[in-house]
Ligand binder design. Sequence first.
Ligand SMILES: Cc1ncc(COP(=O)(O)O)c(C=O)c1O
Length: 383
Amino acid sequence: MKKFPAFRPKLSDKSISNINQEIKELSISGNFGMAIKEAEENYSILHNNYFSVLCSSGTTALHLACLGLGINQNSIVIVPASTNMATFFAPMYCGAKVIPCDVNKDNGLIDLKCLEKICLEQPVDLVIPVHLYGHVIDINNLLTLKEKYNFKVIEDCAEAHFASYENDEKFVGSYFDAGCFSFYANKIISCGEGGIVLFKNKINANKAKSFKNLSFGSNNEISKFFHKEIGYNYRLSNLQAALLNYPIENRNKILGIRAKIENLYSSLFKNREYIEEIPSQLSSYRVNWVYCIKIKEKFFKKFSSKKELLFEIEKKGVEARDYFYPADKQDFLINYSKQKNYNFSECSQALEFYERSIYLPVYEDLNKDDISEIVNIIDSVIL
Ligand SMILES: Cc1ncc(COP(=O)(O)O)c(C=O)c1O
């Protein structure tokens, strides 16, 4: 039986020769080496000349973004309820009050009406919208709210490399104060583990750079080993950075293959009576990270739970995945808010978005026959 994992990273011969070159040169740490410099420069050039800080993961990128923007225990931070919980953890590492915001029930993106309601109840310091599953948030209206309520914005672009809002070659991550990306093995641009944060402002970027590297003393300090504040080791090794530059250069080819995979899935699923597909946002030039499907209630009822549905699909060789479980229902956030003595409202649309929804594999090596086979397997489980 052929197996279809949820994702499969692709390493080109060029990436392997790049890594071998760095090994020969002994550039193996996270403190020096051309690959780090090149990846940071490439990302800056492609993102409106924002100032970039390469780091060890998407999670550490989010944490560094919060630190660079000065988020602390007095800050109020808003995060959409449907996301990888790393988006919540990062401002929580800073001790902030983190409030979940409801999302659009069809596409899981932050619901700006709910955001405005929260802003009317209290001053908000930071919003971290997520370009979920490659879909792009309503950037123009968020810019309007940002002006009106005077909050900072960090875009979480972990799942949306090189997506844009309008077809203007301006990519997500460069519309607001900062943007964060993950380079984990399942991401569109990947080096196994890694991340990058882009800042609009150089001072914020320099702060994050210092936090990333243990907050060593500057040249003005009595010693390099005099630390004014608690630092972190969030460095990415130069070896891993060496895997980034080839996919960054070849991003259009990668995005093209992913778009083709999505079109194939969509044409095969088109007439399936059990599918409620996620509508793509008309205004956005989104990218294809995974292929999302929502199962109609009538067909979903056959299974005792989503776990059972996923298990049945996996038994036939396809690793389908669950959506992110809404944050407002999670113990870590409920307990944290109790400790910090604040409340938040239920996110009922996030639950609606979550229910009966799963996603299917998208990776560069999937061919037409593979996709037909995956769709046939889903048919055989659901029908
Ligand atoms: C939306 C989102 N944010 C943050 C992260 C965290 O990235 P990492 O796994 O590289 O720490 C992910 C990762 O998968 C993600 O999907």
